[in-house]
Design a protein around this ligand. Structure first.
Ligand SMILES: [Zn+2]
Length: 177
């Protein structure tokens, strides 16, 4: 049988149910060999998956969207359970991520206020003077935006103390009005 693919195919078609049942039974009885086989074929499987996604990407994404839409409750419950189980670590990681971003912002403001020279980090702000403002730097730190996003926003800013920032903003408004 093993020498003739067509015969093998016919045998499979005649005995489909039995072959599937036997295969499932063998897999259940030999979990360690299944793991070894998966490991042996990992790169083949990855290549197959890449090809499948390249050809059927749109269909696969649409199926994923439909599945998530139909199982919103399940996803919400899973998210809540995950958060409850990992609350301390998530809070700690978020605080760390904010602290790192905050340190970069402080470094960017280290030169002090461009108008009066005040170098007290507690009063220094990032004044948007170039390009289009996406959001305040403080908000971006709070949201833990990606570093390139944060740095691109800082590039649009000059450092001003709160006083000089208020004054210069009022002057700009007068000029526009
Ligand atoms: Zn100032």
């Amino acid at each position: 049988m093993s020498g003739d693919p067509a015969a093998k195919r016919r045998y499979y078609e005649r005995n489909r149910e039995a072959v599937i049942a036997a295969t499932a039974a063998w897999q259940k009885a030999n979990p360690e060999r299944m793991v070894a086989s998966r490991r042996r074929n990992a790169s083949k499987r990855a290549a197959y998956d890449r090809t499948r996604r390249a050809i059927h990407g749109d269909k696969i994404r649409a199926q994923g969207r439909a599945y998530r839409a139909a199982h919103q409750e399940m996803y919400r419950a899973y998210g809540a359970a995950y958060y409850a189980a990992n609350r301390a670590r998530i809070i700690e990681d978020s605080a760390k991520a904010r602290a790192i971003r905050s340190a970069f912002v402080d470094a960017a403001r280290a030169g002090g206020c461009v108008d009066c020279g005040n170098k007290h980090l507690g009063v220094l702000q990032s004044d948007h003077v170039r390009g289009k403002k996406t959001a305040s730097i403080a908000w971006m730190v709070g949201q833990r935006v990606a570093f390139p996003t944060l740095f691109a926003e800082l590039d649009k800013c000059e450092t001003r103390c709160a006083n000089c920032h208020v004054l210069v903003t009022a002057q700009r408004r007068k000029k526009v009005a």
